[in-house]
Design a protein around this ligand. Sequence first.
Ligand code: ATP
Ligand code: LTN
Length: 329
Amino acid sequence: MINKKRIFSGIQPSGNLHIGNYLGAIKNWVALQDEFESIFCVVDMHAITVPQGPETLRKKTIEIAKIYLAAGIDPKKSAIFVQSQVSEHAELMWILNTIAKMSELEKMTQFKDKSRKSGIESAGVGLFDYPVLMAADILLYGTEVVPVGEDQKQHVELARDLAKRFNQKFGETFIVPKAFIKEEGMRIMGLDDPAKKMSKSAASEYNYISLLDDEQTIRRKIKKAVTDSGSEIVYSDEKPALKNLINIFCSFSGKSFKEIEKNFVGKGYGDFKNELANVVVESLKPFQEKFNSISDEDVLKILKEGAEKVRPIAKAKLDEAKRKVGFVG
Ligand code: ATP
Ligand code: LTN
């Protein structure tokens, strides 16, 4: 058997998963799972770097796993598990903490954005250390490729730097991973503000289309989405709001922006938005049906099996790292 390269990725069980998460991340995972040995994680330890209610966290953890399955991640091909069920992640993070520098964590865009809300003095240490935990997630499994949205590139860079630094200090231990960012759909912007990415922690629900929104909600949100001046359907940087909507149209329909421009010659925003809503509703329908057919019990079983499958890989790498730094075995 040819040895497949390994991919690892994860999503936090916080907020509502939206079409940006699907088009920027999960859709690519589904496509990659045949080519790579795939591990997909529900990163609950990352989620608690901002306050979460315990009951909601439990509910969201199961929901994200169901979303993975409904989107087409096949547990026979890929491992799906919950981060906190494999304690090796936290242990390796500690070792990596000792070689990570304050200065490299301070410059992380996500930390700067998220700590702005509370002010840096009150920001949690976990939020600051978030990228080191992410590096541990990746490095534990000898991951070669990390499929993520563009916003996570900086974090994968840190994982690369930490892998190289550790290898240099203690001898060859970790594979240096690469981010894999798909061009199309890589950054879906907010429907209420095309200058900011669609985000599950956005203040307004009109920022995103949740993967679980019903038809009426999807139509209402698309109708309310901001548009640019003018009325022609053209794909251009001068019309960032429309460009974003066309990107969503392209990603769900498989059509190119040129085809879409051609289809809407002589028509206005109303027609375009109507057709876009049809495409999104129709694309999400089979996904939502599958989501509703999966029971919590089934998911918990799959997650347990997933953790059992990956734990030995994580343990072997952690043991190696512990030996290399000089811990008594
Ligand atoms: P938050 O805004 O609360 O930090 P998020 O919506 O950015 O959350 P994450 O859990 O951080 O979601 O991201 C999960 C995956 O989805 C990552 O691979 C990320 O790059 C991708 N992703 C998130 N938002 C977008 C987006 N707007 N467009 C494309 N990909 C995205
Ligand atoms: N920070 C990532 C989620 C994440 C992740 C990972 C992604 C945690 N650990 C390891 C890839 C590999 C995010 O998307 N917000």
